[in-house]
Design a protein around this ligand. Sequence first.
Ligand code: CO
Length: 133
Amino acid sequence: MLTHVDHIGIAVTSLEEALAFYRDSLGLAVHEIEEVPDQKVRVAMLPLGQTHIELLEPTSPASPIAKFMEKKAPGIHHIAVAVADIEAVLANLKARGVRLINEEPLTGAGGKRIAFVHPAATGGILLELCQSA
Ligand code: CO
């Protein structure tokens, strides 16, 4: 039911600074820059083969990304795996008693349907399940 790593989410303080490295120094293309008001972030998606680097810049101190950086530091925030049927995956995890952050899918960047699994269940990684629109 899981097909590949869809993206790696990286929390950054400044998208422009991060793009100076990922776009200008590494030469990755920027697929799109999008504001996701629900999550209070600006998101840059940089394709890398079948996966993407997702740069996440908070647009408000109340953003989950701002809170993450307060507690920890800029860096890897989550890993996202592509799923064909997010409802089926969530139902299976629920049935197994796995701790979820979202029991129902939300709408993420690019109109994808997403849900997060709690790091307590995954060995410490915030895991995003992600189904293409
Ligand atoms: Co993500």
